[in-house]
Ligand binder design. Structure first.
Ligand SMILES: [Zn+2]
Length: 254
């Protein structure tokens, strides 16, 4: 399957099995009820994915794992504006708000999960490797992992995996990753404050560096424009754009 459209389905979550679609190039999830935790990390296994449409959902940021998918060229995320806006307001200006402790779901598991199969699955999930495409992982174990995948939060920095009812840290980073996109907030989850800082600090330094680079490019552009404008518009020269003889012409700076 190369193209999958799930538009207008009131979906609140995408199943981890999405990671089985290795040939997927185009994924449309427009007009659903997806939140940041609705998109499983297994989507990162779809290494051929180029376009993902997330318009009109309830995302307050894009999932951080999208940054690990260099093949993605287009991410549409319009219609999540109000949710993105709140993230920007709280986290964009103050770095202290970019690492937020989370309380977990506080829903305790009904039964003890300490079976060997459960522990094996947990370890495999923590590696963040494509277990669906790994011949060393038995088919029955793949199905089992897909079934229990949503029970876990996976650390974006180390191989830590914890149950969703346990505490962790939400980390916000900002980047201009896609053509035509402005600065976009990304959300990651980490198992500890150390992992959160290890993720947030370099991302922030990269953001500052990119902003300086953009500023200097803009300043150079202004200097170039002024130089060209000055060379074309000598003293006493009447610009064609304001000439009464031909008011259809516009002043073009080459
Ligand atoms: Zn960690």
């Amino acid at each position: 399957m190369r193209i999958l459209s799930l538009k207008y389905n009131c979906l609140e979550a995408i199943p981890p099995d999405i990671g089985r679609l290795r040939k997927l190039k185009y994924l449309a999830l427009t007009n659903n009820r997806l939140q940041i935790h609705s998109l499983p990390y297994t989507l990162a296994f779809c290494s051929k994915l180029k376009t993902i449409l997330l318009d009109n959902n309830q995302l307050d940021a894009l999932p951080g794992f999208l940054l690990e998918m260099p093949g993605i060229e287009t991410v549409h995320r319009h219609g999540n504006h109000n949710y993105f806006k709140s993230t920007f307001m709280w986290y964009h200006t103050d770095v202290d708000f970019r690492i937020i402790p989370t309380s977990g779901t506080n829903v305790l598991p009904a039964t003890s999960p300490d079976m060997l199969q459960f522990l094996a699955a947990k370890t495999i999930i923590g590696t963040r490797k494509d277990f669906f495409n790994d011949p060393d992982v038995a088919g029955i174990l793949k199905d089992y992992i897909a079934d229990i995948y949503s029970l876990f939060n996976v650390c974006s920095h180390c191989n830590g995996v914890t149950r969703t009812y346990l505490k962790g840290f939400k980390v916000i980073t900002f980047k201009n990753p896609y053509l035509g996109n402005t600065c976009v907030p990304f959300m990651h989850w980490t198992c500890s404050l150390e992992c959160a800082k290890a993720l947030e600090v370099p991302a922030r330094q990269e953001q500052i560096k990119a902003a300086y680079m953009l500023d200097s490019m803009y300043e150079q552009y202004i200097v170039d424009c002024q130089r060209q404008f000055g060379s074309r518009h000598q003293p006493g020269f009447t610009c064609p754009c304001i000439s009464s003889e031909d008011n259809t012409r516009s002043c073009t700076i080459l």
